[in-house]
Design a protein around this ligand. Sequence first.
Ligand code: HEC
Length: 87
Amino acid sequence: MRNISAVASVVLIVAGTFGCAKRRPPAEEYPPGESVFRRACQGCHSLPKPDEKTDDGWSDFLRTHVDQAGLTAEEQTTVIEYLRKNN
Ligand code: HEC
């Protein structure tokens, strides 16, 4: 346990130190779904809020929109799962 928390502290210190130097935190700080969402969904407009739509709303809307956004099939699934979990 001691080792794990020591490693966690070092990771937090490093992330904190270098995180501030960048405009946005590095993608690795986000869970996988959120990092894809942040990378793929704010190139053309500001990042939508996950609670903008219901589960079905996101599925229906993104079915067509992800083609426009140029996401791979895997990224589509990841983003839809992320939005449905966080709405
Ligand atoms: C290639 C550019 C592009 C990318 C990348 C993109 N969008 Fe969009 N998005 C648009 C355009 C253009 C509109 C406005 C026209 C429309 O509604 O299709 C829009 C509108 C929206 C809207 C508001 C429209 C509504 O009916 O609610 C939401 C929500 C949205 N995008 C979510 C996303 C998400 C989530 C992603 C990531 C998967 C994403 N967008 C990636 C171009 C993009």
